[in-house]
Design a protein around this ligand. Structure first.
Ligand code: NDP
Ligand code: GDP
Length: 350
């Protein structure tokens, strides 16, 4: 039986990947970081909490990484753990560098020393392309990061290539464009919208506050993207691949589609708020996954409006259950209103 070690198993991709690998017959070990309140709702939501084996790892602690590799004895490592929210990386640039950037090198060093035959997947990102390009982006496109998050990811991406070339490690970068799902974090714009639209449609909220709604993204469906991660590690040679849908849409369009599903006019429910504008934003992302299609045989099946529908249906269902007093694993009911969170964007009234 193959062993897989998945870092960040409590996150969106970690949970879907664990589910995917279990179905493939893997023994799945997942790393989580110790929090004062456990955070396993996604694994519970997918019904796999009892099927995965958990190991406490913090990417700030090399010792915990080495121990996890020794215990799990993995054939494959999927490094998904990171401080994944671009907006937060402007508030915590050092943590971004240490967790999202240096954390990866701790894995690569541990592998070089004690597990050189393990196959390694690194969660790279389309954010590395930055804000300069208004044409589609492929594996050969120049990177020019526009956030502390993207800069940290580009460092990690480069180190994966260096360890692959310099030490012969089987290490791959998956350059994934945005991918969403009903278990996407609530601070990301798609889920923030579907969650709010669900509440508005049930009379639980009046409006949504957003930032730059003209930005364009190439949005895909997370459960399909984790399969591409796995496919990369099944090839004869390690390489880097773009995973995307080759489509791009504005946040405005996402609003239109989401509100359409509940029969409301989006423009009546939107407020633009400075606090959600980033110091530098990435205005245009559109992937080109031709290499992945050709070499991995991978194709995205769920496109833009299908994705919005899946997410919206699920948020509406959950809020209806909540109104009926049902209990089930879910993040939204205890997520703080963003207004509670003070940030450097906020001007205090004195
Ligand atoms: P999530 O934010 O849902 O999950 C991130 C995971 O990383 C969580 O399990 C989190 O743990 C963990 N983590 C954060 N900090 C640390 C730390 N210091 N030590 C150990 N674990 C930590 O992200 P996604 O699942 O959406 O994304 C997975 C990966 O793919 C990330 O690296 C992300 O940057 C990258 N990516 C994602 C894209 C997307 O559109 N989803 C696009 C391109 C790349 P906890 O639950 O405790 O917070
Ligand atoms: P990202 O592409 O990884 O940064 O994913 P996000 O979902 O966080 O953001 C996608 C785009 O939506 C970015 O261009 C944001 O500036 C834009 N956006 C506009 N309003 C909001 C908002 O209220 N929250 C978030 N997260 N993004 C917003």
């Amino acid at each position: 039986m193959k062993h897989a070690l998945v870092t960040g198993i409590t996150g969106q991709d970690g949970a879907y990947l664990a589910d995917f690998l279990l179905k493939k017959g893997y023994r799945v070990f997942g790393t989580y970081r110790r929090l004062s309140t456990p955070n396993f709702w996604r694994l519970q939501y997918l019904g796999i909490f009892d099927k995965v084996e958990l190991l406490p790892v913090d990417l700030l602690d090399s010792f915990s990484i080495t121990e996890a590799i020794k215990i799990a004895q993995p054939d494959e490592i999927y490094n998904l753990a990171a401080m994944s929210f671009v907006g937060a990386s402007f508030e915590q640039p050092l943590a971004s560098a240490e967790i999202t950037g240096l954390g990866v090198v701790k894995f690569l060093e541990a592998m070089r020393n004690i597990a050189p035959d393990v196959r390694f997947y690194q969660a790279s990102t389309s954010e590395m392309y930055g804000d300069n390009l208004f044409t589609e982006q492929s594996e050969d496109t120049l990177f020019e990061p526009s956030s502390p998050y993207a800069a940290a990811k580009l460092y990690a991406h480069s180190m994966v290539k260096i360890y692959r070339k310099g030490y012969g490690l089987f290490a791959c970068n998956g350059i994934l464009f945005n991918h969403e799902s009903p278990i996407r974090g609530l601070e990301f714009v798609t889920r923030k919208i579907t969650n709010a639209v669900a509440k508005i449609s049930l009379g639980l909220e009046d409006y949504i506050e957003l930032g730059n709604i003209d930005a364009k993204r190439d949005w895909g469906y997370a459960p399909e993207y984790v399969e591409a991660m796995w496919l990369m590690l099944q090839q004869d040679e390690p390489d880097d691949y773009v995973v995307a849908t080759n489509e791009t849409h504005t946040i405005r369009e996402f609003l239109e589609v989401a509100f359409d599903h509940v029969g409301l006019d989006w423009e009546k429910y939107i407020r633009i708020d400075e606090r959600f504008m980033r110091p530098v934003d990435v205005r245009y992302l559109k992937g080109n996954y031709d290499k992945g299609r050709e070499k991995l045989g991978w194709e995205p099946l769920t496109k833009f409006s299908g994705l919005a529908e899946i997410m919206l249906k699920s948020d509406v269902e959950r809020w209806k259950k909540w109104v009926n007093g049902e209990h089930f694993p879910w993040d939204a009911w205890n997520y703080p209103n963003e207004k509670k969170i003070l940030s450097r964007k906020l001007k205090l009234d004195r």
